[in-house]
Every structure is written in C-alpha cells, then in structure tokens.
Design a binder for this molecule. Structure first.
Ligand code: NAD
Length: 147
C-alpha cells in the first residue's frame, strides 16, 4: 500500500506500539492524527514528531476512546484538518484484569465505536486496522493470540 499522502488516525498513539505506528507512517510520508487520553504526553509527542516530520503532517487529538462523543470528535477534527482519512489504527488498549470492565470498554467496544463512526461518516474508502485475538502467533506467555 502506498502511504505517501495518506491520512491515518491512530488511537493510543502517545506511547508504545501506537507511537511506533505513528512514527513509521510519518516516515513513509503519511499524515498522522495522534489520539490519546493522555494530553500532556500526547502534545509533547506530537511536537517532537512535528519537528522531525513536518508540523503540518501531525495532529494531536485528546480523546478517551470509551467516550463516544470524544472519539467521534477526534475523527471529525482529523478530517477537518487533513481533508481526508484513509487509515484507522484501533490500537488504544489496557491490560489489567482487575479492571476487566475497562478492558472490555477500551479493547473491544471502542473497535465497534470506530466501525460505527466510519459507517455513519461520509468516508468512502478506508482501512480499519484492528488488533483482535486470533489463531496466530501468541504475543507472549499468558496473553491471547493476536493477528
Ligand atoms: N505490548 C504488548 O506486548 C502487546 C501485546 C499484544 C497486544 N498489545 C496491544 O497493543 C496495544 C498497544 O499496546 P502498548 O503495549 O503499546 O500499550 P501502552 O500501554 O504502552 O500504550 C497504550 C496507549 O493507549 C492509551 N490509552 C489507554 N486508554 C485509552 C483510552 N481510553 N483512550 C485513548 N487512549 C488510551 C494510553 O494513554 C497509552 O498511550 C494495546 O491494545 C495492547 O493490548 C500489546
């Protein structure tokens, strides 16, 4: 897939794997909307990536993916600033079984929310990349399998 000029919205983009996706997409010439619940770290990361890959190519949207209006607003802001949206990386996640309801909200329900926002928007083409358990390589001991 040619990534130059494409626009990607990435959740949980302020740290870890989401940040790695963001930097790689920027390296490949895409524009990135970093969405994360952590606004201080998110702004800082957006600033750093902006100075490396061009400020006009990076946007930070503070957003809690379990809050539907906030999540919807992040999509709207991304499309308003970049005029398009091609890729959604539904990456935000928590792993703490003591708070299993939060895990279900963040890890599962926000994927449904992303699908719904895309379906109800005027987007005509997109790729929604989801991280879901599958029968493939295991991410590690005691972790579900991911594809
Ligand atoms: N690290 C691993 O070994 C591993 C293995 C398999 C799957 N995963 C999955 O990959 C994804 C990223 O993992 P990671 O290790 O980079 O995690 P991480 O904890 O390093 O980063 C997660 C990011 O998501 C953000 N976030 C958390 N809740 C949010 C919310 N409600 N709204 C918006 N942002 C929120 C956090 O602020 C953080 O920036 C997760 O979905 C995780 O379950 C990770």
């Amino acid at each position: 897939m040619e990534l130059k000029g494409k626009v990607a919205l990435i959740t949980g983009a302020a740290a870890g794997i989401g940040l790695a996706y963001s930097e790689e997409l920027l390296k490949q010439g895409a524009k990135v909307s970093l969405c994360d619940i952590e606004s201080d770290i998110g702004e800082q990361v957006a600033d750093e990536l902006g100075s490396k890959y061009g400020r006009k190519n990076v946007l930070f949207c503070q957003c809690d993916v379990t809050d539907y209006p906030q999540y919807e607003e992040a999509f709207e802001m991304t499309i308003k600033v970049f005029n398009r949206l091609d890729i959604v990386v539904n990456n935000a996640g928590v792993m703490n079984d003591r708070f299993w309801e939060l895990e279900v909200d963040v890890n599962l329900l926000c994927a449904c929310a992303a699908n719904f926002i895309i379906l109800s928007s005027k987007l005509t083409s997109h790729d929604l990349i989801k991280l879901i358990p599958k029968d493939s390589e295991s991410a590690g001991p005691d972790l579900p399998k991911y594809e």
